[in-house]
Design a protein around this ligand. Structure first.
Ligand code: 7TS
Length: 411
C-alpha cells in the first residue's frame, strides 16, 4: 500500500535547526550526505530518556534500569522491522557504518580469509568500506580487486563482473548509493550473482537507509551496515545487520562486560549474537533516538522520501547541466538525492566557502573517496546533498548562488 505524500513544505518546521539565518541569509542545508538534521521528535525522545529513564542496561533490577533496558531492546526490534530483518537478534548496535564494517573485517574477515583469497570491492567505495579491507588484506595475505567505474557518469562497469567474480573471491563489499556521485548500485543483482558462487556479501547502506525502502531479505546480502546520524537519528549510533548463522559463527570483536556468559581466569564463554558484539556499556540514548527517527521517517514513508529526494536531485542536475563551464559527476538517470560538480577553474573549496556566505551549506573535497577522485582525474568536487525537508525553492536559490560564484570568478 502506498502512503499518501505529506505536505513537504510544512515538514521542515519539524526541524528547529532549519529555522535560522547563516551569515544573514536563510539557512539552506544541503550537506545531508554528511549528516542529516534531527526532528523535534528525536530531540524530545533523547530529552525524555535523560530526564526520566537514564540508567545502565541489562544489569540492574531497579525500575530505571528496567525502563532503559526495555527501551534499548525495543529499539533493536524496531530496527529489525525497519530493514525487514527476521529477528532483533540479527541487529548489532555499533557507532556507525564505519564501525560495522570494521567489525565484519576484524571478526568475520580475520577468521575466514587466508593468503591468496580475494576481497572484491568497487572503485566508488567510501574509505570506510576500503581501508578496513586493506588493513585486513595486509594482515591475512588476501588481495583486493575492484569493479571498475565507467567515468564521470559514475556507473559500475558490470561487463567486467563475471571475470572478477572468481573462486578466490571470499567477500564482495559494495556501496548501495555512492556518497560522491549519487549512483544507485543494483545491489540485489550483485549479491545474487555473488551468492551463486558462495561469496559472502556486505552492503554499505550509509546513503540508502532512511532515503529509500531497504529490505535486507530482498537485497539478499549477508551484512548490511548504516549510520543513525544520516537518517535523522543521533550521532554515535549505527547498525550492523548480519545473517544469524554467520553472526553466530563469528568470534567477538571486542572483549569486556555484557558480552559474556561466564568468565574464569583462563577462559570465557561468550553470549550469542548480537550481545557478543556489544562489549561494555553501549550507547543507550542513541538507539532510543534512532527508534524515534525510524518512526518519524516511516510516518512520512520511505518511498515518498525517495521520490522527493530523486525529484530534487534531477531538478538540480538539469539546472546545473544548463550552465556553461561545469562538469557534473554521477548518472543522469536514476540518481539518488545529490549532485556533485566542479566549476571550471574554481576549486571546490572556494565554491563551498562562497556558498556558505550565501547561507547554503555544501560539501567540498574528496568525500572520503580519494581513489575514485584519482580515477576521475580530480582532487575534489563540490556536492549538494538533499533530504526530504529540502525544497525546490532552495534548489533554485542554490543554482542562483552557483551562477553568482561563476560570475565572481569570471571577473
Ligand atoms: N559509507 C558511505 C557511503 C558514506 O557516505 C559514509 C559517510 C560512510 C560510509 C561512513 O559513515 P560514518 O557514519 O561511519 O562516518 N559519508 C560522508 C559524506 O559523504 N560526507 O561526510 C560523511
Amino acid at each position: 500500500m502506498t502512503q499518501p505524500a505529506p505536505n513537504w513544505s510544512t515538514i521542515r518546521h519539524d526541524f528547529p535547526i532549519l529555522d535560522q539565518k547563516v551569515h544573514g541569509q536563510p539557512l539552506i542545508y544541503f550537506d545531508n550526505a554528511a549528516t542529516s538534521q534531527k526532528p523535534r521528535a528525536v530531540i524530545d525522545a533523547l530529552v525524555h530518556y535523560y530526564e526520566r529513564d537514564n540508567a545502565n542496561v541489562h544489569r540492574g533490577i531497579h525500575e530505571l534500569s528496567n525502563r532503559a533496558t526495555t527501551a534499548f531492546e525495543a529499539a533493536r526490534a524496531r530496527t529489525a522491522k525497519f530493514i525487514n530483518a527476521r529477528s532483533a537478534d540479527e541487529i548489532i548496535f555499533t557507532r556507525g557504518t564505519t564501525e560495522g564494517i570494521n567489525l565484519v573485517a576484524n571478526s568475520w574477515g580475520a577468521k575466514n580469509l587466508k593468503p591468496g583469497d580475494v576481497i572484491l570491492l568497487t572503485e566508488m567505495e567510501h574509505h570506510s568500506n576500503l581501508v578496513p579491507w586493506q588493513m585486513l588484506a595486509q594482515r591475512t595475505g588476501a588481495k583486493l580487486a575492484y569493479v571498475p567505474v565507467t567515468g564521470d557518469e559514475g556507473l559500475l562497469d558490470l561487463s567486467q563482473l563475471d571475470s572478477l567474480l572468481t573462486k578466490p573471491v571470499k567477500l564482495f563489499a559494495m556501496v548501495h548509493i555512492s556518497n560522491s556521485m549519487g549512483t544507485v548500485n543494483p545491489v540485489a543483482d550483485l549479491c545474487a550473482r555473488a551468492r551463486k558462487l558462495g561469496i559472502t556479501t556486505l552492503v554499505d547502506g550509509a546513503q540508502s537507509a532512511g532515503h529509500c525502502p531497504v529490505d535486507v531479505s530482498a537485497i539478499g546480502c549477508d551484512f548490511f551496515a548504516f549510520s543513525g546520524h544520516k537518517i535523522c537519528g543521533p550521532t554515535g549510533i549505527g547498525v550492523l545487520w548480519g545473517r544469524p548463522e554467520i553472526l553466530d559463527a563469528m568470534p567477538p570483536y571486542q572483549g569486556g562486560g555484557e558480552m559474556i556468559l561466564t568468565v574464569g581466569y583462563d577462559k570465557t564463554e561468550f553470549k550469542k549474537a548480537p550481545h557478543r558484539f556489544e562489549a561494555g556499556t553501549p550507547d543507550i540514548s542513541g538507539p532510543i533516538g534512532l527508534h524515534a527517527a525510524m518512526d518519524y521517517l516511516d510516518a512520512i514513508g520511505r518511498e515518498n522520501i525517495w521520490q522527493h529526494d530523486q525529484e530534487l536531485a534531477h531538478y538540480a542536475y538539469d539546472q546545473l547541466a544548463g550552465l556553461k563551464n561545469i562538469r557534473l559527476f554521477g548518472p543522469k538517470q536514476n540518481r539518488a538525492g545529490l549532485v556533485s560538480f566542479l566549476l571550471k577553474d574554481v576549486h571546490a573549496h572556494d565554491v563551498v566557502t562562497l556558498a556558505d556566505q550565501a547561507g547554503v551549506a555544501l560539501r567540498g573535497g574528496h568525500h572520503c573517496t580519494q581513489p575514485l577522485m584519482h580515477k576521475l582525474g580530480v582532487e575534489s568536487t563540490a556536492r549538494a546533498s538533499f533530504y526530504f525537508y529540502n525544497t525546490k525553492a532552495e534548489v533554485d536559490r542554490f543554482v542562483e548562488v552557483i551562477k553568482e560564484i561563476q560570475k565572481f570568478f569570471a571577473q
